[in-house]
Each structure stands twice: as C-alpha cells, then as structure tokens.
Design a protein around this ligand. Sequence first.
Ligand code: HEC
Length: 187
Amino acid sequence: MKRKTVAWILLGALASAGGAWGARAALTFNNTVTGEVLNLDDAVEEGRDTAAVKTFLDSGINSYNENPACLPKGEEIFLTACSGCHGHLGEGKIGPGLNDDYWTYPKNETDKGLFETIYGGAQGQMGPQYSVLPLDEMLLAMAWTRHLYKGDPKKAKWLTEEQRKVFKPYSADNKQPTDIAANGECG
Ligand code: HEC
C-alpha cells in the first residue's frame, strides 16, 4: 500500500473515532448573535446519547416539554443554572424575562432557537453553556423554561397542537400539568 493511502486511511479512522459525533445531527445550529455554526462536538460527553437529545438534534423537537415526569428535574436544573440571572420564575433579573412572549432574539420562540442561545450563548453575561450543562440537561431546563410561560398558549410555538389546547399559563398553583397523563419515568 502506498504511504499516501495509508495516511488517508489513518485520517479517516481518526475522524470517525473522535470529533465526528456532532455530524450525526440532521439540523445545523447557529450562534444567536453571530450566526456562526455551533460545533456540537464541544458538548460535554455526559448526556449526549439520550433518546431526547437524538430526537432534538434531528428535529428541533423537545420531547421533555410538558412531560410531568421530567418537569421536576427541569425545574431543579433551571434553579441551579438559570434563575440566578433570570429570576426563579423566569420573570427577569439581570437577564431578560423568559416567561412572556417578548424576545430580544425572536428565534427564541422556537426550541431550536432557545437551544442555540443556551448552547452558544448571547451577549454579555449570557455565556455559552456547552461546557457547563450536558445536552440532556439543557433540554430539561428548556422544558421548565417553557413551562413557566405566562403568555397566550396560542403563541407557544414550542408546544404541539394537543399540548396547546390544554396548556395553562404558569401560576404557583398550576405547577404541574394536571391534565396530561403522567408518563412515569422521565426519558
Ligand atoms: C450569569 C447570568 C446568566 C445565566 C446564568 C443565564 N443567563 Fe440567560 N441571559 C443573561 C443575560 C444578561 C441575557 C441578555 C443577553 C443578550 O441580550 O444578548 C440573557 C439572555 C438569555 C436569553 C435570550 C432572551 C431573549 O429575550 O431573546 C435566553 C433564552 C436565556 N438567556 C436563557 C437562559 C437559560 C435557559 C439559562 C440557564 C441554562 C440562562 N439563560 C442562564 C444572563 C444569564
């Protein structure tokens, strides 16, 4: 075998062994401010291979949304990773409110956009979370962020049509969705 050929085979093996994980995603994700393509290989190893992450990277659909078995975990992560800046109900603090339908970056009204903002960051204090939060935890925090929504359910683009019909704007006594059957274990 020629040396050059051997080199190419070695390179190919390297590419498929490491680095290529993110290439499995069907969608391309872009930085919210610069539009630059986000490198999914930067994500921490933990929590990359859950069914929810796979679904999300291929479709932009967050299967944790309004899943009563998953929302408590989402709340926990939100309270650790987001509420210090966005308020414990997402009402806004040093970061903008996340519980209404006004967005500095309009793409955050979709879950793909919301993920891009969390993963890749925005301006100032909104640093990228890719090295901090596992992908699966980002999806859980996103589901809780959406659950805190106080606006008109008709504008909740992230919900399925079925979910939109039963979604109730968040209030303290409507913490859990009561009219969606519990799925048992999350994930
Ligand atoms: C250290 C403080 C800080 C933390 C922690 C933080 N954020 Fe932010 N966030 C900000 C600031 C400040 C902005 C405004 C940035 C801008 O306008 O570019 C922002 C912007 C955002 C936006 C864009 C809102 C819009 O109106 O378009 C979203 C969505 C968001 N953050 C979600 C989150 C989530 C979810 C978490 C937890 C995983 C989180 N942030 C953690 C400070 C923070």
